[in-house]
Write a protein of this length. Structure first.
Length: 366
């Protein structure tokens, strides 16, 4: 079976690493039902620290195609990807196209395949924030409704699809990112090499990420967020793993930071997990980082009004604060009340063999 995998952004590289390992394992045990994976990198993330380093660090097979699409408006970026992916599919003629998550790369890969009558398999299907102003929400909904196999990470995701009338091909498999966490756990747990190099101690700093368009595209929201970071930094250093686009917005909006707010370049996956393990609290608008915070048992404050990972809020591991300066500061001051129950993680997100299930299901429908 020939499978084309479409990736383009940091979270997708991490998820693809788990699935590519599962494919390698499957092929070693099932030569008669071999899966030949063709990896297509759209180039949505192209900065070295947001792209190349993940292939090196996570031992992901090198992309067979790098489309080099780069940045642009959502329409421009998606359109260029759609055209380029279509050419790859015409050449490769795969049995399946596999897409991940909710980026423009996800939607472009799914659309290109569907228009060529190639079945689509969607990893992280069924997630909903119910905020249609988020481009990620549009990408999720459209991708789910043109997919043949829908691999859901949670029971809430299955229920979301049921409410939308999507019933066929839906499978509750768990979260492939939890696979990654368990696989790399021995390398990162109790490791403080990176924070030691920064001159910090465990639980003596806050970790933050900001990259969602709803926050970065608004000068008012981004200003409120960084005013909160400035205030928190008077008590504890705030390390901001900064997306290149966010850095540009800080400059263009004239937003300044106090010395206690440390603006870092994007960090590798293993260094990010080390920071998450050792942070006192995490402040983020990233869906993936919300989950990772839960995986490692670190209190999370989400800089959005809603989350697609509702179970993290329901079980007390995560608090939603939007982009309000005062709410963020209040949540930080009360963060000792945020108590992640790490024993809940495996019950919610699977047993660490999600990628194996995905490959079995793909092969099983042939």
């Amino acid at each position: 079976m020939k499978l084309v995998t479409v990736v383009g952004a940091r979270p997708q590289f991490i998820k693809a690493a788990a699935v590519s390992r599962a494919i390698k394992k499957h092929n070693s045990e099932n030569q008669a039902k071999r899966v030949d994976e063709i990896i297509v990198h759209t180039g949505q993330h192209y900065d070295y620290n947001m792209s190349e380093v993940f292939f090196e660090e996570l031992d992901i097979p090198r992309p067979d195609y790098n489309l080099g699409v780069g940045s642009g408006t959502h329409g421009q970026q998606t359109g260029r990807m759609l055209e380029a992916i279509e050419k790859v599919l015409e050449e490769e003629r795969p049995e399946w196209v596999l897409v991940y998550g909710d980026t423009n790369s996800t939607l472009a890969g799914a659309l290109a395949a569907a228009k060529m009558h190639i079945p689509v398999a969607h990893v992280e299907a069924g997630l909903r924030s119910f905020n249609r102003r988020m481009p990620e929400e549009i990408n999720r909904v459209l991708t789910d409704h043109i997919s043949t196999l829908l691999f859901c990470p949670t029971t809430a995701a299955v229920e979301n699809l049921r409410r939308e009338g999507v019933l066929n091909g839906v499978h509750l498999v768990g979260d492939v990112m939890f696979d990654c966490m368990l696989y790399y756990k021995s390398k990162i747990k109790n490791n403080s090499t990176f924070i030691a190099a920064l001159g910090l101690k465990p639980k003596d700093f806050a970790l933050a990420t900001v990259h969602r368009a709803e926050n970065t595209d608004s000068a008012e929201k981004l200003k409120e967020i960084f005013e909160a970071f400035n205030e928190i930094s008077k008590q504890i250093p705030v390390l901001v793993a900064l997306h290149p686009r966010t850095r540009e917005y800080l400059t263009s909006y004239g937003i300044s930071t106090l010395p206690g707010v440390w603006l870092l370049e994007p960090v590798t996956y293993l260094r990010m997990i080390e920071l998450e393990y050792n942070a006192r609290v995490i402040l983020t608008d990233s869906g993936g980082v919300q989950k990772e915070a839960f995986f490692v048992g670190t209190p999370c404050i989400t800089l959005r009004e809603e989350t697609e990972w509702v179970e993290t809020v329901e079980c007390g591991a995560n608090v939603l604060c939007g982009a309000s300066r005062d709410r963020i500061i209040d949540a930080y001051n009360n963060s000792e009340k945020i108590k992640p129950d790490v024993d809940m993680v495996s019950r919610l997100y699977g047993n660490g063999k999600v990628a194996d299930q995905i490959i079995c299901l793909l092969v099983g429908v042939q």
